[in-house]
Design a protein around this ligand. Sequence first.
Ligand SMILES: [Zn+2]
Length: 265
Amino acid sequence: MIRKFTFAALLCLCSLSVFSQDWNKKKCAVVLTYDDALNVHLDKAIPALDSLQLKGTFFLTAASPTFNERFSEWEAAAKRHELANHTLFHPCNGQLPGRSFVTADYDLATYSVRRITDELRMTNKVLEAVDGKKERTFAYPCGDMKIGDTFYLEGMKGDFVAARGVQGEMVPRNTSDLYTIGSIMINGQSGDEMIKLVKEALRTNSMVVFLFHGVGGEHDLNVSLEAHRQLLRYLKKHEKEIWNPTFIEAAKYLKETSTAAVKKK
Ligand SMILES: [Zn+2]
């Protein structure tokens, strides 16, 4: 009898998890990501996040001078935020339209899969030297996922928990592909416009991953300090409904609560 009850209770719990729409017991998830290791991330974004006890994920390009010259500050930031892999040299496909900024030395179109693999693994080692962590997430520079016809992360899924793309989309709760998670690129949006995206995530029980570069300057893709602050204040004010994990925390949660994982249990 007891055994029967236990089995029924377990079945019930599993069913609840499979169909659950919650994000760590909240209505939606908002992940704040910052690319390219900029000075403004250390000087402006991190102090703004810390003042409200919010978390960010910083996709770092390991060869960037800002990363190398301010090592100890990134090390300190890693205690509260996620340091993540954005390659060693930030290679993008120079053959695509609008890519005149890509230099011949770091043109992804001329890379081999072996070369990008070596660079990504090297960057993981560098980041481990800074924060001591072995688990890492990745963001594709310029959103380029392929070398020729090859999805270059295919052979490296064991090296990364998840990867962020740049498709401008909300992430549904039942997402199973953790290596092409979409994000919303921020460039010039107002605070109200960004808050509208969070409200959309609340309404649809989704996750929204914000992709920032400049925060109050230092990059062509930029958000004003005031708009950034307004978004953070909204997240703090509605923290009972909004989960604010790092990218790796969100990815692990999706993995652990996926239908496949629950079935295995
Ligand atoms: Zn980048």
